[in-house]
Design a protein around this ligand. Structure first.
Ligand SMILES: [Zn+2]
Length: 114
């Protein structure tokens, strides 16, 4: 009997995109764009990376925010961060494609029937 010591995995490769780095940051089935860094006050930093994994694009967002030493202030900061992240997610989700040309034209609306 033949023993199998290693599993064989096969992942469907996804070709590089026109926006990914095309280097070691990409994998067999995922691709990522260069990081976009936004620095804030007091050492805060947000890093946004566009990623395609399993043919789905998403934004990977990592945010580092220094918190105050006083626990009550730190909790308020966390509460503020939570609300801001929820608002961010809602704002990003609300972005929709522009309507197709002519899709808003409805010549029959408002026309009088004879
Ligand atoms: Zn790539």
């Amino acid at each position: 009997m033949r023993a199998r010591t290693m599993a064989s995995f096969h992942r469907k490769p996804i070709p590089h995109t026109d926006w990914c780095t095309g280097d070691h940051r990409c994998g067999v089935n995922f691709h990522q764009a260069p990081d976009i860094i936004a620095d804030g006050q007091l050492g805060a930093r947000a890093i946004i990376t566009r990623v395609r994994a399993a043919e789905v694009d998403y934004a990977e967002i990592r945010i580092r925010v220094p918190l105050r030493r006083a626990d009550s202030l730190a909790r308020r900061q966390l509460d503020t961060a939570l609300h801001a992240v929820r608002a961010l997610l809602a704002a990003v989700a609300a972005v929709r494609p522009a309507p197709l040309p002519g899709a808003g034209d409805r010549p029959a609306v408002g026309r009088r029937a004879f």
